[in-house]
Write a protein that binds this ligand. Sequence first.
Ligand code: DQA
Length: 157
Amino acid sequence: MSPRVLILNGPNLNRLGTREPDVYGRTTFADLTALVLGWAADLGLDASVRQTNSESELIEWLHEAADGGADVVLNPAAFTHYSYAVRDACAVVTGAGRRLVEVHLSNPAAREEFRHTSVVSGVATGTIAGFGVDSYRLALAALAGGPQATERGAAAG
Ligand code: DQA
């Protein structure tokens, strides 16, 4: 059976393509979904892509990953910077022994001051930011590399 991965996306990412294209590019969320599903299939992963503008829905999905044995690629969008509830739900995922890769299209560290803080990073397995839609491909490749790859990364950090 292929390893399961949930690719979860937070608020406003459904507006990709028209939202601040100078920052996020012209790729729509539908385009992103198709790309991600193609990359996941090539890597032998059983992937689902979801997006929500609701903090509670995102938290339910993280619990589902923890209970259902799925790894997670998470773009928490603006929740990254202030949602302790999303952070705690991410800790449930990694605490259950699943891997969670935080991704961002842009590089928040190179943007406004309020984006320099991620409350999620400290409980994620790792973070990939700044490569546009390729951030998702890199995250999937890290997960497909097997637990050893991310365990080595965690040990180094
Ligand atoms: C983002 C960066 C966040 O600061 C922002 O709130 C987003 C998108 C990114 O993918 O670059 O909505 O997570």
